[in-house]
Design a protein around this ligand. Structure first.
Ligand SMILES: Nc1ncnc2c1ncn2[C@@H]1O[C@H](COP(=O)(O)OP(=O)(O)OP(=O)(O)O)[C@@H](O)[C@H]1O
Ligand SMILES: [Mg+2]
Length: 317
């Protein structure tokens, strides 16, 4: 038996001339939490939908829980749980009805169903509202219900498509804790997509960074960040960024310079020692920086290095 829960080979999907996913190779071990990190339109949901047998690939192949998604979709479906980005919940059912329906759909006997639904109700954590119509629920309640519903049949592999988008910080941390617990206690393999750097950093054993349908980096968060360098000097500037990058590259003790749309990221082993050298060099060449700051690399720096642009729009260069 393979020790892989998810395995893809050049898996791709086009919509007409638009290549949503351009042939990705992914190998997720059993028991792993794999984070699929990328911006809007990168191809995250399309990948998840192919792995969950909701969408047919136009190229390549994939196996989930040991079964081919194209040849044996029903075998895959029995073994996976899915909480999609847009929770598809029937407004005119109560939370409890949705959970029970899920149990029946997967053919659980009455006793098991009762136990699992009780557990799921506890997990959804929506109190007495569990008997109200779903249409009265907040976005956060719907997301938690959807997550709980995806677990009723005790899946081996859980797919979560942006599980915390739109949640407040407290609900977000609660989802993280639940994902960790399921993974640790039940050994569930988790494939989770996210646009949030902290989420990938916090939760994932390994991260694949996807941009424009391609995986541009993959590794543990620590490995990926270490590859950027031990320290970063972040320079915000509006002038000639390429020229500033050239000047920075010519300095001693600079390991790497990445130019982005509003400045530079300079990797070095000792930013505190280098920062004044950078400031003086820019000054001598008439380059005026808006700010120079020191920090340790984040996954956003990994993203910038791999793609030339930042993932988070709010972060400074
Ligand atoms: N059913 C579809 N028909 C046509 N194009 C599609 C369809 N689904 C996705 N696409 C296109 O495929 C590309 C990838 O979309 P996808 O939904 O996989 O991105 P994503 O990474 O999940 O983005 P987001 O973070 O916004 O959810 C986009 O260009 C999108 O417009
Ligand atoms: Mg999506």
């Amino acid at each position: 038996m393979s020790n892989l829960a998810i395995e893809t080979l050049s898996l791709g999907r086009s919509f007409g001339s638009n290549i949503a996913v351009g042939g990705v190779d992914i190998a997720v071990r059993k028991g792993e939490i794999y984070g699929f990190l990328g911006p809007n339109g990168a191809g995250k949901s399309t990948t998840v939908r192919m792995l969950c047998t909701l969408l047919r690939p136009t190229s390549g192949a994939a196996k989930v829980a040991g079964f081919d998604v194209i040849d044996t979709p029903e075998k895959v479906r029995l073994r996976i749980g899915v909480a999609m980005q847009e929770a598809a919940l029937d407004d005119k059912q109560s939370g409890r009805e949705i959970l029970e329906f899920q149990g029946r759909l997967f053919g659980l006997d009455a006793k098991t169903r009762r136990e699992r639904v009780e557990k799921a109700i506890h997990l959804a954590d929506i109190g007495d509202s569990i008997d109200d119509w779903v249409r009265t629920y907040s976005g956060g309640m719907k997301r938690r219900l959807d997550l709980a519903a995806s677990l009723v049949h005790d899946p081996q592999v859980l797919f979560l498509d942006e599980p915390t988008t739109g949640l407040d910080p407290i609900s977000r941390v609660r989802v993280w804790e639940e994902v960790r617990r399921l993974n640790r206690e039940n050994g569930v393999t988790v494939f989770l997509t996210t646009q949030y750097l902290e989420e990938a950093d916090e939760l994932a054993d390994r991260v694949g960074i996807i941009d424009r349908g391609r995986i541009v980096e993959e590794g543990t968060p620590t490995e990926l960040k270490r590859a950027v360098g031990s320290d970063l000097i972040v320079v915000e500037l509006s002038g000639d960024i390429e020229r500033a990058a050239e000047i920075a590259r010519s300095l001693r003790d600079v390991s790497e310079v990445t130019a982005g749309s509003n400045g530079l990221a300079i990797s070095t082993n000792d930013a505190a020692a280098l920062i004044s050298t950078v400031a003086v060099a820019f000054n001598q060449h008439g380059i005026s920086a808006n700010s120079l700051t020191i920090r340790t690399p984040s996954l956003d720096d990994v993203f910038l290095r791999a793609t030339g642009h930042r993932l988070s729009t709010e972060s400074v260069q």
